[in-house]
Design a protein around this ligand. Structure first.
Ligand SMILES: Nc1ncnc2c1ncn2[C@@H]1O[C@H](COP(=O)(O)OP(=O)(O)OP(=O)(O)O)[C@@H](O)[C@H]1O
Ligand SMILES: [Mg+2]
Length: 364
């Protein structure tokens, strides 16, 4: 797929901006705090309906403005797609999505119109931080590729919240206890769907990430990923989850929260057999994330039949020359958006459009 144009109005520090990217690499360069990452954030918003750095959409609206608008035009095998996202501080509906001229009923409808992989320095948290970051990584990838997954996940979160609310209610009113059965069944049903998708996707990512990592490290490091869940592979996953919930019931009632389920899943990551989170050096962790991102790119390309866009936020300067070369080779094959403070970081890459960014104003 290819982005033909991106227009912003009152988005972050941009009053108005239009970008017509190159089919190869489009570069955004300039000093710190000028608005380079803000552009990638706008692209990410078009891919997933949310920012990669905040869950509060209001922060994306330019200070002093009441609303923001991001419009994107992409070209895919099946034709042209247009997505518009409107954010408004004062409207009841704070976020509106339009696909072409039609207003979408649900934010999820925008998924698939723009498909991208973002790699930013903060992604180190996928390796370094707790399980929540790794769940977010796999959930975002699957949501973007499969709207059904996105809706299932929304349903799982809602069901979990309802079960937790009920656990608190039961503490006050024990006669409600029998209603817990229904929530257990629902949670097990939806949880099984999600667990299956995660397991299968992580297995795919694992293969690609292993290959990417071997080539990044000249075969010196073996990266391994696997799904960590409370259910075993194969068999009746729903039944397993239900049994877990039943077994944990007295604990759940005591703690007034759900202690088992897919919201406790994790992804195991080892480098040469050692847990990456604990034992890998900063550089190794960074390379592992890069391998994950490259695997994400492969998976998206396989699943959608065309390469997604790649967004690289200030990552070149952090890679050693060999790893940079590996990345630059991939960049050559997909439409890429890169930010950097110094153009020399991109030496060796085919540079298309170069935008200089200064205080929310772009110039070429
Ligand atoms: N809602 C907003 N309205 C106006 N300006 C904003 C808003 N949110 C952030 N900014 C400004 O945007 C700037 C940050 O932009 P961005 O993160 O894109 O910087 P950058 O060019 O990527 O910098 P760096 O090189 O440090 O990563 C900050 O200076 C901040 O003041
Ligand atoms: Mg930045």
């Amino acid at each position: 797929m290819r982005v033909k144009s991106l227009s912003l109005k009152n988005f972050r520090n941009y009053e108005q901006a239009v970008i017509e990217p190159d089919s190869g690499v489009t570069v955004f360069t300039g000093p710190n705090a000028q608005g380079k990452t803000n552009i990638l954030e706008a692209l990410h918003l078009c891919c997933l309906g949310r920012s990669h750095r905040t869950a509060r959409d209001e922060e994306l609206i330019r200070w002093g403005a009441a609303n923001a608008r991001v419009n994107i035009l992409t070209h895919q095998q099946d034709g042209t797609h247009e997505v518009t996202i409107l954010l408004d501080k004062h409207q009841k509906k704070k976020k509106t999505v339009r696909i072409g001229a039609r207003q979408a009923d649900r934010i999820g409808e925008l998924l698939g119109h723009v498909c991208g992989v973002l790699f930013s320095p903060e992604d180190l948290s996928i390796i370094k931080d707790g399980p929540a970051e790794r769940r977010r990584f796999i959930d975002m990838q699957l949501s973007q590729l499969r709207p059904q997954y996105f809706y299932a996940l929304q349903r799982a979160v809602r069901t979990l919240n309802q079960r937790n609310a009920l656990l608190k209610e039961i503490a006050k009113n024990p006669s409600l206890l029998p209603t817990l059965d229904m929530w257990d069944e629902q949670l097990a049903g939806i949880g099984a769907q999600i667990a299956q998708s995660r397991r299968e996707a992580i297995a795919q990512l694992s293969q690609d990430a292993k290959a990417a990592h071997a080539s990044l490290t000249d075969g010196r490091e073996e990266l391994r990923l696997w799904y960590i869940s409370q259910t075993a592979e194969g068999g009746d996953v729903e039944g397993q989850l239900l049994a877990r919930l039943r077994a944990a019931r007295s604990e759940d009632l005591r703690r007034m929260t759900t202690t088992v389920g897919i919201h406790r899943d994790d992804i195991g990551v080892t480098i040469n057999g050692k847990e990456a989170r604990t034992f890998a050096s900063q550089g190794q962790q960074r390379s592992a994330v890069l391998s994950l991102k490259l695997a994400q790119l492969e998976m998206a390309a396989r699943e959608t039949g065309e390469a997604p866009i790649l967004m690289l936020d200030d990552v070149m300067s952090e890679l050693d020359p060999g790893r940079r070369r590996q990345l630059i080779e991939r960049i050559d094959r997909v439409q890429t958006f890169v930010t950097c403070t110094d153009l020399s970081d991109l030496a060796g890459a085919r540079q298309g459009a170069v935008y200089h960014v200064e205080n929310g104003v772009l110039s070429r």
